[in-house]
Design a protein around this ligand. Structure first.
Ligand SMILES: Nc1ncnc2c1ncn2[C@@H]1O[C@H](COP(=O)(O)OP(=O)(O)OP(=O)(O)O)[C@@H](O)[C@H]1O
Ligand SMILES: [Mg+2]
Length: 325
């Protein structure tokens, strides 16, 4: 297996007038060629910050204080603006979480798509136009010619999301970062888009870092899973061990909150409490106030480091859930 993306100890914060938001704290992950890595976690956990860090698109008030992001042998945090521009679109693409606001409101869909194609390849406008139309059809937009002439405000949220997907996929990237690509889409369309992503992996040996809060999407897409809480990865495993033998109480809680067709009588247990304050993150484990496995050691010690509990399965917890619990 060849590593395509390796993130080590990534630490990112945002300066605000009420203090520093510690969005990512020593986040590490490895994505292999031809794999889908799902990063799952609730709102505010740091998922989009991770996506923007890889793309080199963090806002002005962000500071990367530690870590490395390697795309093959290129250190993305130290790459020049020109090198990043070249990689974006051609090799690495991002499907933004908020498609409607990521599209340029004053440019037609057609010219936004053509622009991406023309910037990174040496083809005629006529061929770029044809490619753009084909791509729109591929993401399930009927009548691409009409869509090409329209502006983002005239399209529904779901249509914008598909346009965003078309822009991200049109140059056949080797690494796709998809930030909640199907949230807000109805289920049939969601299935279609997920299938399109699977095809990308299979046909082009591409790799996907898929960001989601939806365990159902994780189950259908992931090879590997990272669970992020309060800006830290608390559990990582291949998808099957993660679903069968989740050990971090937070992962466990996410799974318990999932409706299951095979266990119709089972109670769905929502996770009590609220996410941590990312400005005043505690020294100890930030999941502690919501944790059903909390014990004296958790309060007395700094937040736990990740430990390997079986091959490739890492958990950052002093008192993990044992599968028979
Ligand atoms: N530009 C910014 N300035 C200040 N704080 C920010 C900025 N962008 C994000 N944050 C904060 O950083 C933390 C992580 O945000 P991020 O958008 O990465 O979360 P997320 O996991 O993508 O959430 P969601 O599921 O809602 O999209 C949050 O506390 C958020 O409020
Ligand atoms: Mg987000």
């Amino acid at each position: 297996m060849t590593e395509i993306l390796k993130i080590e100890d990534l630490t990112v914060s945002f300066g605000t007038n009420v203090g520093r938001v510690k969005a990512l704290n020593n986040v590490s992950l490895t994505l292999e060629e031809g794999e889908v890595y799902c990063m799952v976690g609730e709102s505010g956990a740091g998922k989009s910050t991770l996506a923007l860090s890889v793309m080199g698109l963090l806002p002005q008030n962000a500071e990367v204080s530690d870590g490395r992001i390697m795309y093959r042998d290129i250190d993305l945090l130290r790459a020049s603006a020109e090198q990043m521009r070249d990689l974006r679109g051609r090799e690495i693409s991002l499907v933004f979480q908020d498609a409607q606001s990521a599209l340029n409101p004053i440019e037609s869909i057609g010219s936004q798509l053509e622009e991406v194609i023309l910037e990174h390849s040496d083809i005629s406008l006529r061929n770029a136009n044809r490619m753009a139309q084909e791509m729109l059809r591929e993401v399930g937009l009927a009548d691409p010619q009409r869509i090409m002439s329209q502006y983002p405000f005239a399209l529904s949220g779901g249509m914008c999301q598909r346009v965003m997907m078309a822009i991200a996929l049109v140059l056949r990237p080797k690494l796709l970062i998809a930030d909640e690509p199907t949230s807000g889409l109805d289920v049939t369309l969601q299935a279609e888009i997920l299938q399109r992503l699977k095809d990308l992996v299979k046909e082009q040996n591409a790799s996907i870092l898929l960001i989601t809060h939806d365990m159902g999407v994780v189950a259908s897409m992931a090879n590997k899973v990272g669970v992020i809480y309060g800006g830290s990865v608390v559990e990582t495993a291949d998808v099957i061990p993660l679903f069968r033998r989740a050990q971090h109480p937070y992962t466990w809680s996410l799974l318990k909150a999932l409706p299951r067709l095979d266990e119709p009588g089972r109670r769905i247990e929502p996770l009590p409490g609220s996410p941590p304050d990312m400005i005043n993150l505690p020294e100890e484990c930030s999941f502690l106030p919501r944790c059903f496995k909390v014990q004296a050691q958790c309060r007395a010690q700094p937040k736990p480091e990740a430990r390997e509990i079986e091959e490739g399965h890492f958990v950052a917890c002093y008192n993990p859930v044992v599968p028979e619990d």
